[in-house]
Design a protein around this ligand. Structure first.
Ligand code: HEM
Length: 395
């Protein structure tokens, strides 16, 4: 039985440049592979149809699997809940995240203003490193400020905690320290919001009732601890990969400059082509099978979303970035009951950020003296984005 290291030459958080040839071999030769991972043996599902079969069947493939991994630092959250408990908790936040709720108020303008603020800092320089100076900072600022109503200066710290949290498989002590730090930070905030609720997500959770009962402090803190990486870590990666795609496909960049409506297609094809979240995991509740492979009860089953999205059985020439293809049905946001609760927000933020960057940075090109690339195994995005552009400053 191979290990993840043998398959990809790294751990879950290592900067693996290109896992896709391995996925292709697995899809062709061993589509439901038994591998040794950090949390023990698990099955790795790499074909699109098999991915859907697992994710659509929450009875046989339970999300309680997440309690063994990411749940160790997030605490008990909707990610690991099943059945009615999951529905009740999910209902608390989804109304705040519908397309209507997101676009009917002044949120789009606030998101745009955040993007402009960040660009102001480097627009006159003629060159920038957009991961460090923009993509890393932007979604966490939007989330902590607009959704949690925390001071802007704390946003960067939150992103480092979020990164530490999701490194649980590689560095558990660091992940636990971050989990504790977030709790210490948020406890007094929660106490104040219970006393004096506002319009933010923490107040919403503090005043919500599930089955007539208020959520406990622990439940709310766990929810927030999930939302920080879920809301920022993922979108930052999507945005970085979308920029990378534009910079490495100048014909697409030109087409988008001529017709801004194509940006929606850029975002969607990026989600398929370089899915920011590469795995979701389930646990079998009964002896079962996937794609003809028998799987015993209580086994972990990891669905490789990035591989499913590049399955040639579903997407012809899957490695090609093509904004005119039929990308419908990609599983970058998962599928089924746990389908990403923040998909509309992620798309909206990415789209607005791209609009602002293209508007403010004329003649944007990659700086060829750097070899920036998209890397990662569990999560993927560019390691850096060195760019040059024309400055419009009068001298
Ligand atoms: C744009 C990039 C994003 C990507 C690629 C992404 C990806 C995913 C995926 C794959 C899942 C499914 C997990 C599973 O099935 O076990 C998920 C769930 C979730 N996402 Fe996102 N996400 C993104 C943005 C966001 C944002 C902006 C939020 C903000 C609120 C968010 C909140 C959540 C929540 C709360 C869940 C859990 C849903 C449930 O268990 O019912 N995500 N996300």
């Amino acid at each position: 039985m191979p290990t993840t290291v043998e398959l990809f030459g790294g751990t879950m958080m290592s900067p693996v440049p290109n896992p896709y040839p391995v996925y292709k071999r697995l899809r062709d030769e061993w589509p439901v592979a038994l591998v040794d991972g950090i949390f023990g043996q698990h099955y790795l599902v790499t074909r699109y149809e098999d991915a859907l079969a697992v994710l659509r069947d929450a009875e046989r493939f339970s999300s309680r699997a997440n309690a063994r991994g990411i749940g160790l630092v997030f605490g008990r959250t909707i990610l690991e809940m099943d059945g009615i408990e999951h529905i009740r908790h999910r209902r608390l936040i989804t109304p705040a995240l519908t397309p209507r709720a997101l676009t009917s108020g002044d949120l789009p303008a606030a998101i745009r203003a955040t993007a402009h603020d960040l660009v102001d800092r480097f627009v006159d320089r003629g060159h920038a490193e957009l991961v460090e100076e923009f993509t890393f900072l932007f979604p966490i600022r939007v989330f902590t400020k607009q959704f949690l109503q925390l001071p802007e200066d704390d946003a960067k710290q939150f992103h480092f905690w979020a990164l530490d949290l999701i490194s649980i498989a590689d560095d558990p002590p660091r992940a636990f320290a971050a989990a504790q730090a977030i709790v210490e930070y948020l406890k007094p905030v929660l106490a104040r919001r219970r006393e004096n609720p506002g319009e933010d997500l923490i107040s919403l959770l503090a005043t919500a009732r599930v089955e007539g009962e208020q959520l406990t402090d622990d439940e709310i803190l766990s929810f927030c601890r999930l939302l920080v990486p879920a809301g920022a870590e993922t979108t930052y990666r999507l945005l970085g990969s979308a920029l990378f795609a534009l910079l490495t496909h100048p014909e697409v960049l030109n087409a988008v400059r001529a017709d801004g409506r194509l940006l929606d297609r850029v975002v969607e094809e990026t989600l398929r082509w370089e899915s920011p979240v590469q795995y979701v995991t389930r646990e079998t509740t009964v002896d079962t099978e996937v794609g003809g492979t028998k799987i015993a009860r209580n086994m972990l089953v990891s669905v490789a979303l990035g591989s499913a999205n590049r399955d040639e059985r579903r997407y012809p020439e899957p490695d090609r970035f093509d904004i005119h293809r039929d990308f419908e049905g990609h599983v970058a946001f998962g599928f089924g009951r746990h389908y990403c609760a923040g998909s509309h927000l992620g798309r909206l933020e990415a789209r607005i950020a791209l609009e602002v960057l293209l508007e403010r940075l004329p003649d944007l090109v990659r700086d060829p003296s750097f070899e920036d690339q998209i890397v990662g195994l569990a999560f993927r995005s560019p390691n850096a984005l060195h760019v040059r552009y024309r400055t419009t400053k009068m001298v």
